[in-house]
Design a protein around this ligand. Structure first.
Ligand code: COI
Length: 358
């Protein structure tokens, strides 16, 4: 059972009418339908002053709040699962808690205490547990976020903030294996920047290059380093992995790359299963050479929303490099299946990744 201190809530306002019966939560599109309630904590005068659970709805907020103008916003993505025994389980939630606070420090925002992050989430999940899907690929996507709420146009750290948790039932983020384009002009992040932070701006800036790639028939881009565009970094909203011969290779965690929790999970499984794991710079040249000599067996993205997203085709310099069929891949389909089995409680969780909420 999850062991966070119980949170004292200043206010609990429940919806007079749940929307749950109007939805088929095993079929809703990703991120469009939200559960009945949200958790909100407010920060002012150097401390966290108020906590509440409220019905999901519109935010009472001025058009001048600094989050809207200068991007002082950070978020997390995490998931709750319904096990075969009907328990509600969180996947590695303390990793999200710690990563959120790393983002907060870099964005000059107050850290969120564990009591609020975990305590607020547990109280919210207990109320909205009926929204956790039971399907094999279903989960409840949880979006904790922190936003600057000062009503001020001057550029300075806000003095007031809101920490909010919203939740949305989710199925697969990508229905099919992906076609991805190696991006050689634009970049996602640069050294000394905020690539390792889950800050809204990192995602906003990715949209235009992604649209250009989509016009060429790809779903996502593979980001490359800002200086030489010779080394791969991430793909879209995911960390990136390759299986070359019997090695699982992924870009190392530099400050341009998000420390993905699914990334870490996959690497732990790879090591357990006896694969050589290399976390280091990965050049485009190496990937193309491995494709040409037949040693590139798999490429895939990892992320909370995407889980394991198989890459079918990599585009580079007007050429498409087609990868082996998913049925012929040994590592990533096994990871995908193993993770689903751990989450559903079908196999033993030897790493202690699942935290039972209720
Ligand atoms: C996640 O995988 O949780 C993300 O934050 C990616 C995305 C949906 C923005």
């Amino acid at each position: 059972m999850i062991s966070s201190a119980q949170l004292h809530l200043d206010e609990v306002r429940l919806t007079p009418k749940s929307r749950l019966a109007d939805q088929d939560i095993n079929k809703v599109p990703f991120g469009k339908v939200f559960t009945d309630h949200i958790f909100v904590a407010e920060y002012a005068n150097g401390q966290w002053v108020k906590t509440s659970i409220e019905p999901y709805g519109n935010a009472p907020m001025s058009y001048s709040v600094s989050a809207l103008h200068y991007g002082q916003t950070i978020f997390e993505g995490m998931k709750a699962y319904r096990s075969a025994k009907d328990n509600i389980l969180l996947f590695r939630p303390y990793e999200n808690f710690h990563r959120m606070n790393k983002s907060a420090i870099r964005m000059a925002m107050p850290e969120v205490p564990e009591e609020l992050f975990m305590g607020g989430l547990i109280e919210l999940l207990k109320i909205d547990k009926g929204w956790v899907p039971s399907d094999e690929y279903g989960s409840l996507y949880i979006r904790p976020f922190l936003i600057a709420t000062d009503e001020a146009i001057g550029v300075r750290p806000s003095e007031t903030y809101k920490f909010v948790i919203i939740m949305a039932p989710a199925g697969k983020y990508y229905a099919e294996p992906l076609r991805v384009l190696i991006e050689s002009s634009y970049f996602r992040s640069t050294e000394g920047g905020v690539g390792f932070v889950k800050n809204g701006g990192n995602y906003g800036r990715s949209l235009y290059p992604t649209i250009l790639a989509q016009k060429k028939g790809y779903q996502q881009v593979i980001w490359t380093d800002s200086k030489t565009h010779q080394y791969v970094e991430e793909s879209g909203t995911m960390n990136l992995m390759f299986v070359i011969d019997n090695k699982v290779i992924t870009p190392g965690l530099e400050d341009t790359i998000l420390a993905g929790i699914t990334r870490d999970t996959v690497l732990k499984l790879a090591r357990l299963w006896g694969y050589d794991v290399e976390e280091r710079k990965v050049s485009i040249k190496e990937v193309i050479a491995a494709h040409e000599n037949g040693s590139l067996k798999e490429a895939f993205g990892t992320g909370t929303a995407a889980t394991i997203a198989h890459i079918q085709t990599i585009g580079y310099n007007d050429k498409d490099y087609k990868l082996p069929a998913i049925e012929d891949r040994k590592f990533s389909p096994k990871v995908d299946e193993t993770l689903r089995s751990i989450r559903k409680g079908r196999i033993e969780d030897t790493f202690g990744w699942m935290e039972k909420v209720c």
